[in-house]
Design a protein around this ligand. Structure first.
Ligand code: NAP
Length: 494
């Protein structure tokens, strides 16, 4: 079983002691004590930590060259490593590049105290998998356990690392093989299945890119673990991982939700690899929603109508695409009591989200007008529907309206995006309700303009939560805890 090690990066011994006990009480199999983070590192402190949690701890003194927090003069480092090997920690981590000459001596001391020496190596750059395999072999050959961590360049390399781990498992060796960064998290998600000895997990603050949240790492130890993920480029600071982690936690399911930042050219590789990566479901975001629709075995009616997919369900090699933005927008309208039959709507934007919004509004029986920065795209969007959809120049909006509903389906107003208002204040004043698909910040410039004009409105958060809940239900067969998801979203947006 891959033992879950909560990584403790406290800066004082007293805090490290407290945090380590708390992590073990919460279900960690081990704690990794990152001694290089301690500012008051000394013999007394080491003894205190060994007495408190030693038999369940990995003692690690990571050097800067190996992604650690600080360096010590070599004689002092050797002295501390020797001390660690006498103190009764379950594992002592030593580095292939700096400590190889010490390992024999350390090993003799450690074995008297039933400790294991974990020999590790951290690459600072993405590296050929054959070189990673050689380094892992060297680490395994020198210690009781070998560990290699390497940044991951692309999906093909992440898959190759997973395959390498499976091969090493077949040789019954004790090892850890970690891909760093977002895609590298796949190696962590599959730690148990690929026979790795330790799963390092976030406790408090992450100490390495791609580390899994502690709760997810603990849940993945259970039967039938699975992987979910968000595919797009770039992903920025999406709140979807936080929302789905909250839903998985609330439902107590052995799954993890990863951010998979991929280029369009990598998508076929992803779908080929999904079964061996234990991927059960994916969300798809900009700019891949249309491309993905063309790669799947089957589409539901909404995805088919829009030619765009934001949710993929994978089951026994079969792929089915859905568009839960449609469901999310419809549910958000309902929860606001907005009945659109016989009403008028102006939709600003002509991308995938605008298309989903127009699709819902037409089905509800509304009369819809579209305006977009690039007018030709608005016309193209209107042309995809059998029903009449009006097209209006943004510059001509002053002469039009009023509308029962104004929807912003552009990123204008998103934190960090220029051109804050998608339409002038005067247009906002002629709407009876404003629906901004943007949800970050919680009060967008458009919603502020609506508030000033006493026009009621809502952000895209509710739609986001409903589309996420529907996706979760499709992947897991279980209802999502919307409140837990909302709390997680608010926390992530702070
Ligand atoms: N709340 C939710 O659940 C939810 C769901 C889906 C999407 N969204 C949000 O909806 C927005 C649109 O998403 P999408 O997938 O449709 O994106 P998209 O396909 O890239 O389309 C973006 C649209 O916005 C226009 N646009 C881009 N930047 C603009 C700016 N600064 N000012 C005015 N117009 C601008 C584009 O006009 P051009 O044609 O001229 O380029 C295009 O029509 C995003 O902010 C997304 O986060 C929210």
């Amino acid at each position: 079983m891959a033992k879950v090690a909560a990584v403790i990066t406290a800066e004082r011994v007293v805090d490290a002691d407290r945090e380590a006990r708390a992590a073990l009480a919460k279900g960690a199999d081990l704690v990794e004590l990152r001694l290089d983070y301690l500012r008051d590192l000394g013999s007394e402190g080491l003894r205190r930590l060994a007495n408190a949690v030693g038999p369940k701890a990995i003692a690690t003194l990571r050097s800067r060259a190996q992604s650690g927090a600080r360096d010590l003069p070599p004689p002092r480092r050797a002295e501390i490593l020797a001390e660690l090997c006498r103190l009764g920690f379950a594992y002592v981590d030593v580095e292939l590049s700096t400590d190889a000459a010490l390992v024999d001596a350390l090993h003799k001391t450690a074995s008297k105290h039933y400790q294991d020496i974990l020999v590790s190596h951290h690459f600072s750059e993405p590296t050929e998998v054959s070189d990673v395999a050689d380094a892992l072999e060297a680490c395994i050959g020198l210690g009781d356990v070998g560990k290699v961590a390497v940044p991951v360049r692309d999906l093909a390399q992440a898959c190759a690392l997973v395959d390498l781990a499976r091969n090493v498992k077949l040789q019954s060796k004790r090892f850890v093989l970690i891909g760093m960064d977002g895609l590298g998290a796949l190696t962590r998600a599959l730690a148990e299945e690929t026979g790795q000895e330790i799963q390092y997990a976030v406790w408090g603050r992450p100490s390495a890119p791609g580390q899994l949240p502690f709760g997810a790492a603990v849940r993945l130890r259970r039967k039938a673990p699975f992987v979910l993920g968000l595919v797009g480029h770039p992903l920025g600071h999406s709140v979807s991982p936080a929302i789905h982690e909250a839903a998985l936690r609330a439902a107590s399911l052995p799954g993890v939700y990863l951010s998979l930042d991929l280029q369009a050219a990598e998508l076929p590789t992803l779908f080929d690899a999904c079964p061996r990566l234990m991927v059960r479901g994916l969300n798809v975001t900009t700019p891949h929603k249309e491309v993905v629709a063309g790669l799947l075995d089957e589409l539901d009616a909404d995805a088919e109508a829009l030619g765009a997919v934001n949710t993929v369900v994978l089951q026994e090699g079969w792929t089915r695409g859905h568009n839960t933005d449609v469901y999310g927008f419809r549910m958000a309208l309902r929860s606001r009591g907005l009945r659109m039959g016989g009403r008028t709507a102006l939709v600003v934007g002509a991308g995938g989200a605008a298309k989903a919004v127009v699709h819902v509004l037409l089905r509800e029986g509304a009369t819809v007008e579209v305006a977009n920065r690039t007018p030709g795209r608005a016309q193209a969007l209107a042309d995809t529907f059998d029903e009449d959809v009006g097209v209006t120049e943004l510059a001509g909006l002053a002469q039009r309206g009023p509308w029962d509903l104004l929807v912003n389906a552009t990123p204008a107003g998103t934190k960090g995006v220029a051109d804050a208002l998608p339409v002038p204040d005067a247009t906002v004043q002629r709407a009876r309700f404003v629906f901004d698909l943007v949800y970050n910040p919680p009060e967008t410039p458009l919603l502020r303009s609506a508030r000033n004009a006493r026009v009621p409105g809502t952000s895209g958060l509710e739609m986001l939560l409903h589309q996420a809940a529907k996706a979760f239900e499709l992947w897991t067969g279980k209802a999502a805890d919307l409140r837990a998801m909302e709390r997680a979203a608010m926390e992530a947006l702070r």
